[in-house]
Design a protein around this ligand. Sequence first.
Ligand SMILES: Nc1nc2c(ncn2[C@@H]2O[C@H](COP(=O)(O)OP(=O)(O)OP(=O)(O)O)[C@@H](O)[C@H]2O)c(=O)[nH]1
Ligand SMILES: [Mg+2]
Length: 582
Amino acid sequence: VHVVATAGHVDHGKSTLVRALTGTDPDRLEQERRRGLSIELGYCWTELDGVGEVAFVDVPGHEKFIATTLAGVGPVPVTMFVVAADDPWMPQAGEHLAALDALGVRHGVLVVTRADLADPAPALARARVELDRTSLRGAPSVVVSGRTGSGLGDLRAQLAAVLTDVPAPDPEAAVRLWVDRRFHVPGAGTVVTGTLPAGTVSVGDTLVAGDDEVRVRGLESLEIPRDRVSGVARVALDLGGRAPDDLGRGSTLLTPGAFSPTVLVDVRLSGDAEVPERPVLHVGAALTGVHVRPLGARLCRLTLDRALPLRIGDRAILRDPGSRTLWGVLVLDPAPPALRRRGAAAARARALEAHDGSPLAELRLRGVVRRSLLERAGAPLDPLPAGTVTAGDWLVGPELAEELRARLTRLVGTTGALDDGVTPAGAANALDLPDPALVSALVAPPLRSDRGRIVKHGRPALPPELAAAVDAVRQQLAEAPFAAPDAGRLAELGLDARAVAVLHRRGHLLRLGDGVVLLPGATERAVAVLRALPQPFTTSEARQALGTSRRVALPLLAHLDRIGRTVRLPDDRRRLRGTRPS
Ligand SMILES: Nc1nc2c(ncn2[C@@H]2O[C@H](COP(=O)(O)OP(=O)(O)OP(=O)(O)O)[C@@H](O)[C@H]2O)c(=O)[nH]1
Ligand SMILES: [Mg+2]
């Protein structure tokens, strides 16, 4: 299915052309037919040779209905721009064209109609000039009469040619249906219609509408019931009896979890006029008041009166209803950071200025960011730039990763002569990173992870005074392996708590508890001694067999309990695991 929206000045013959092409009158309302004026959006369809079904959204041209007009053209990628041969270039033609340009509409046909009433050449020439200043430059043109039918064959052929060039949207894309009509069907329930720009809706789907979820009970496109429809399409969804009250024109129906509706968005504007503080934003079929905060030349932050599911790259229209001026809006960031410090707005403008929409620029703009957030914001992430660091849901772009790695290396380097390294949690804290897993992911030579700490690659041997202290302890324990040096002796050797902790971590000493230090092999030697005892044994029996004091025996036995070599019984006796009572 293709979708085409009309545009053009009031009374220039849009609805007449749609009727001539489709056989259906887009003006459904009694009042519209009586006054010969479109008020609401009209929906008709036809088939064109070579391209199949084409739906038309016929918009009103009268300036009073501009909001309806913009809701009609907002989500539609192709225009049929209609100009009367017997009238000069008119204000609404200019306004509609500016809106199409703001939305970046590139596909369309320029139709000069009512050619039975006047020479079409001047109108065509003028319209050509106007279109060539916009995104529609180079669009093909045809001259027709909706009254006599002359030129209609040519129009069908031109439309078909243009539609063939429109790229097919991704059927796998997330659904964002811009609702433009709601009505009640007796016996069925609430039906909403809208333009589906991309993605696929199927009967049975659950979609999100504001804070509510709705079920798609039935689905029609072009008046034919279907099981599934992919965009671009006009669709009518039967939501049964339980649709939310506020679901109507300007609402969206979304794939659950795929969007983050936002009230804050950073955008780039096109158009030279100065923007008022309180204009109106038109996006898709939606409309909301906004507050504009300028950040820099053509860059500003919009605060929306209500949240909308905006994505990076969305195009929209900012409009001042008073002066009827409008600006094109390109969404740069629908999840922008708060601007708190002085000068933050200018810094933000510089960052946005340097933003070219590439995955690399996306990551540069956001620093440390959740992938899920970027996906909901519609950021291009495929492929991730080389050198991007990932950890769980977190992403860090290559440049920031490089900088963080350098800071991490310096941090590890400042841990002193012991080169004791840092823990990921400690480093995350020091580097202000949200997750220690990110620190671990940043580790690369000359850093490496060693038993839960990040240390420098090829760290140096122990400093000489520590090596000497270890030797002294080794000598002392060689004869009596469980006669741990006392506090005075440790102090004499310069082994304070921190040094002992490092030597323990690096496997030189076994630290059992406050101030009790043995050699790493002590555990196995103790097990060998205890094995010779009748099982189970008391603490006192163990102490005597090991030839040591309670000061050492108690933490040693507790250590053996902890590592599962001994089992402590309710009566406080122990046995070695794997032995039977003797
Ligand atoms: N002679 C002649 N009259 C036409 C032609 N096309 C439209 N008209 C007449 O022009 C008037 C306006 O036509 P519409 O098709 O309603 O115009 P519109 O652009 O849809 O107008 P709005 O929806 O109100 O903006 C009607 O009276 C039509 O009958 C044409 O090709 N030749
Ligand atoms: Mg009309």
